[in-house]
Design a protein. Sequence first.
Lengths: 376, 644
Amino acid sequence: MAVDITLLFRASVKTVKTRNKALGVAVGGGADGSRDELFRRSPRPKSDFSSRAREVISHIGKLRDFLLEHRKDYINAYSHIMSEYGRMTDTERDQIDQDAQTFMRTCSEAIQQLRTQAHKEIHSQQVKEHRSAVLDFIEDYLKRVCKLYSEQRAIRVKRVVDKKRLSKLEPEPRTKTRESVSSEKVSRDPSQDSEEKSVTEEYPEKVPAESQPELGTWGDGKGEDELSPEEIQMFEQENQRLIGEMNSLFDEVRQIEGRVVEISRLQEIFTEKVLQQEAEIDSIHQLVVGATENIKEGNEDIREDRTKKTKGCRSYSTRHRADGLPTGARTSSGPWPRVLPQPLTTRAETLDPVYTRRPEARCSPHQGASQLQGAE
Amino acid sequence: MVGVKMATAAAASIRERQTVALKRMLNFNVPHVKNSTGEPVWKVLIYDRFGQDIISPLLSVKELRDMGITLHLLLHSDRDPIPDVPAVYFVMPTEENIDRMCQDLRNQLYESYYLNFISAISRSKLEDIANAALAASAVTQVAKVFDQYLNFITLEDDMFVLCNQNKELVSYRAINRPDITDTEMETVMDTIVDSLFCFFVTLGAVPIIRCSRGTAAEMVAVKLDKKLRENLRDARNSLFTGDTLGAGQFSFQRPLLVLVDRNIDLATPLHHTWTYQALVHDVLDFHLNRVNLEESSGVENSPAGARPKRKNKKSYDLTPVDKFWQKHKGSPFPEVAESVQQELESYRAQEDEVKRLKSIMGLEGEDEGAISMLSDNTAKLTSAVSSLPELLEKKRLIDLHTNVATAVLEHIKARKLDVYFEYEEKIMSKTTLDKSLLDIISDPDAGTPEDKMRLFLIYYISAQQAPSEADLEQYKKALTDAGCNLNPLQYIKQWKAFAKMASAPASYGNTTTKPMGLLSRVMNTGSQFVMEGVKNLVLKQQNLPVTRILDNLMEMKSNPETDDYRYFDPKMLRGNDSSVPRNKNPFQEAIVFVVGGGNYIEYQNLVDYIKGKQGKHILYGCSELFNATQFIKQVKCTLVVCFL
């Protein structure tokens, strides 16, 4: 094992001192020596870097102490039933969370600053290495303290979630107990098997309705102290069956939960894909809407045209350029002031029975049609 | 029962003890306690080459970092002043080191100094430092001065070496060369004894020493006994009392130290070996648990005139964390090859599993099967993700061992080392030889000249009577034809003559090696370890001479070989060296130390021996570690006749 010879060393120092004095070697003299040491020490500048590093460390230490101090209160789950003294409200907890987070942020910023500064100053390779290692240590320290904090917080969040879950489940156990009570009531009369079944099957609905009258009968039935062995057995069987049913229900619910999770995942994937195709779908939608509108208008116009045609042939051809656009001038009552879109020409004959049904020559519509057709 | 448990724990792991001591030193000489929310402290570590050799097998750079060390530097390098940081020194108390430390003090390099000397520093040197500190007005800066008593290198849990840096000083040659003077011998012995003393201080136990007569080992034993005795008598400064002992004070039994000289068995260092660790040491460049490989860049025909491709140098650390290494370092090589294959396959299976999960998660619910598989895959996925770092580490180890084993295999195939091994085993166990020695020596394909020399030397050493002059001439001619230098033979001749005078040559037990059929698995799976033509030899347990000696002494068996071993007990008041052991009970712990050099073959043999015995522990140490090549080199230069 190692042997501490520091004292031996100090003794050697004394020996050397006295020896030097005796020999008259100047070592800075006896009493002056210590003063000289002090003088020689003070001009040595305490490194800026290290003092700041120490500052950061002390800050982190303060944070750590603060967290440890309040840790017990923080994670205390039963604060709502404990005395006022040790309680910590949720707002206080949130406050702690926030404070801790801002603190951690400032600390890590300080570390970053130190790092940039250390690199800027021109120093030897060894000093640089040393400084970056020191900063790594400080960061590591900060991480460890943050871990403390995040553990605390995780416990708290878990507690809240558990509480919520428990509070959701609360009605079930109550309904279960009620239901078993009611089943007991019913099973008292063995001839009412069907009623039993109906009770167990519809227990969620029946319970609220039954609870009141049941309580009444329960109160009445209190007189009976002994239950006959058959009844006990039946109760037991009933209980067993109920337990089995509950378990299977529970399992099924679990499975369904799992499947629902998967389905949701798949849906996510689908939505993703769908969103990608959103733009295209939109444009298609636009086109389709526009197309239907145009066709409607086209049809209307053609009908009007037909009715008007009986009144007299008008030369529409001139009004229609090959590309289906009206010539600049307007006629008197321009039933065709609008622009016929290009697609209409291609679909007109197929879509509208007006054109196709009366292929025999009509002067202008047919011509118009042929014009339009020719415009293809 | 707690006491007994402590007893076994005490000698169980010298590595652990040394590591604990180092960590304490790095923690400013205060016991190290892990505190997860402790403030960081930083320091700089300065060491010399001795310190480096001691620390490097025990602590990795990462572990040093965890202890808060930002920089680790050699003492005799250019070091810049780093203000405001404590410096921990771990050096040997030599003249140059002390001078350099004084210089550091004068230059005010660091804020405070924690000086730790690997072995005890003398008073005068301490005063030198005091002088320098005074001159530099730095006395208060020297915070602590410690003697660490860690002057030995631990390589394994149960194996240690004395030194690496100055091993020429304590090498086999240094001890056995004929022209050594008394003073030189004294120095060598002192060095060895100092290290052994440090070893026992760290172990925390005072051993009972037994050694053979008339050898260098005896000199070591006498000196060690004297040193231990002096230290025990010195009540004030004894290192073996009270709190300094730690767990060691609970051991009810004292360990046995067996000091043997290399000269009792020269065949084992020359022996060709078949176990993994020993092979790596023999065939590759392996020391201080680090193996250096030169990776050949494949068989490529470089165009004429082009520069040959630079070979990649890779070095690997074989550490106790490496589970594969720990399990297989003593296994025969074919077993190792097979195990690497197995590990590789299991790793690939795990990797495929992870990949499969990845691809399933990417499916877009195309079929029912995928959807139903999704349900129980979330758990699998989390476990796969968390096991990824483990997987990567496993891969790294598999790669490492594949490379190392491939390199070893190449050597085996090129030099036909399996043939040599088998033959030597037969020679050493005196079974009939199916091939004549001359054939093997004159065979141009089998092995380097050195291999042939080794084989012949083993034959010569284990032969009951020397071969006739004519035979010898024949062999010599064959050896020279094969390109061997005959100097080692001269040496062995002299040695044998001397050994004959002293005692009967050591026998190696009667066991055989059975060549089993070629490993079908390795052959057929087209693995990298194509061991075509390499025999799958299975080692049968045999006891090398050192193991036999230990067995006799530990179990208090009577045997002419060991009966006249000297007996030392430093704790006894009257320091007489009777040969009558006072202690009649078998020992539970033993330390075997070979003066003059040891090797992994002996180590492995001891480990195998003790495996069969419940509750017993052995530590193996030697003054230096050499493989056959190095041994022959040393022996080549020791020509002239007289021995110690």
